[in-house]
Ligand binder design. Sequence first.
Ligand code: NAD
Ligand code: GLY
Length: 350
Amino acid sequence: MASVRIEASKAYEVIIEKGILERCGEIIRNAAGGDSVCVVTDDTVDALYGERCVASLLSSGYRVEKFVIPHGEQSKNASQFIRLLNFLAQKRFTRTDTVAALGGGVVGDLAGFAASCFTRGMKFVQIPTTLLAAVDSSVGGKTAIDLDAGKNLAGAFYQPEVVICDYLTLDTLPDDIFADGCAEVIKYGVIADAAFFEFLKQPVRENIEKVITRCVELKRDVVAADEFDNGIRFILNYGHTVGHAVEANSDFTISHGKGVAIGMCAEARAAARMGICSADCADAVESLVRSYGLPTRSPYDVRTLTEKALSDKKRRGGTIGVVVPTEIGKCRVEKFPVEKLCDFIGAGIE
Ligand code: NAD
Ligand code: GLY
């Protein structure tokens, strides 16, 4: 069992423990209080863990309602968001009640944004069930939905009361989805911790508690320094400039994790070609990414990727920042005039 305290505008614990889902009711009672909990989940996760979660909440004396969305990125949209707000209103939730996100990053982002808006902010709890959600999206308070014009374009910073990470739930993840989380795990090693990067040469599944805990600690440090993403937090976007462009071009048939895997390789390769890091550094990133069965090459050309990358929210007027490794375990933000982004992406994928 491990616990990491996040010091943001609201301080909270991330509890990482095998089997802890059975005790989520008592943990939510201590962290959030209130009378009622709305469990937000998707159909796949509901079938696997919905009953266990609801039973624990009922035994802690809560009134429980459940809101189930179809699984997948397509559900992180404005119509599910409005449906959820109306559901909370119809079921007479108040601001002292809790929204509990049981699922991956899609459920967490949608439920968290709804919790931040309903009655101008109700209690919110994250119960991540994917590796990606455990190491990244459930921690740090970013919530969002996608708009037609792009991913995560409407959202809020909204910290949870507690994060309950039962890593036993990761046992039912298909290998493919588990690998998506491994991309974000590798990201932490590249940007912030060379020893952890080395450690990842051993399989993540066999060291799951240690891996999740280290990623959450690394994210804790970044979030504590820059909760509202005006500075250092930007480094968490390593691999995401090209990654989001790949994801968006595929109409989200390429997952976030796989987009980030391709993006990390491309951004490291471009950095090596520009003399920012060594070729060995870029090779090491690519070889670790490949060892987790993740893709390393973009199926799209420079022009297509650049167009999408320029409509991303990482653009600031006439410049765009890209995170580049300087060596394994260290990175910096490189700022380009938008017209130069094409050269950078070209250097990364050609
Ligand atoms: P996801 O939530 O779509 O989950 C992936 C799939 O796994 C889904 O089909 C789901 O039903 C299934 N699943 C979930 N838990 C399972 C389990 N235990 N066993 C079997 N199947 C299970 O995707 P994700 O990869 O968790 O998250 C991706 C989303 O997270 C993207 O929308 C991305 O933008 C967002 N994200 C947000 C942040 C943030 O800081 N808020 C950070 C990174 C990513
Ligand atoms: N996943 C990016 C961030 O939390 O800032």
